[in-house]
Design a protein around this ligand. Structure first.
Ligand code: FES
Length: 102
């Protein structure tokens, strides 16, 4: 049964920005797109830069190190399609931002 976990620090992410958070020992990139939250693995598959610190433009984030672009909603890598990252369901429950990680 998938379990949702609170991410209290997600509420501090301004709209149109992302951040790196730690969930159960894993680094996760969380983005706030106009009040809807999305999450994917934080580690860029190129050489490991933190995607939570990337530049958000619309529904895309560019890696802060070399600029590979990823779709925030899916984790798909636009620059190198075989290099997608995993994305995770999120929800807001009782005012808490939550992520589902198996
Ligand atoms: S580490 Fe992300 S594009 Fe190079």
């Amino acid at each position: 049964m998938p379990e949702f976990i609170n991410i209290p620090e997600a509420k501090e992410i301004p709209s149109g920005k992302g951040a790196t958070v730690e969930v159960n020992g894993a680094r996760i990139a969380v983005y706030n797109l106009a009040g809807t939250y999305f999450a994917m693995d934080d580690t860029c598959p190129h050489v490991g830069a933190p995607l939570g610190g990337g530049w958000v433009e619309g529904e895309t984030v560019a890696c802060p190190m070399h600029g590979w672009e990823f779709e925030i909603k899916t984790g798909r890598c636009i620059t190198v399609p075989r290099c997608a990252v995993s994305s995770y369901p999120m929800r807001i429950e009782n005012g808490e931002v939550q992520i589902c990680i198996d």
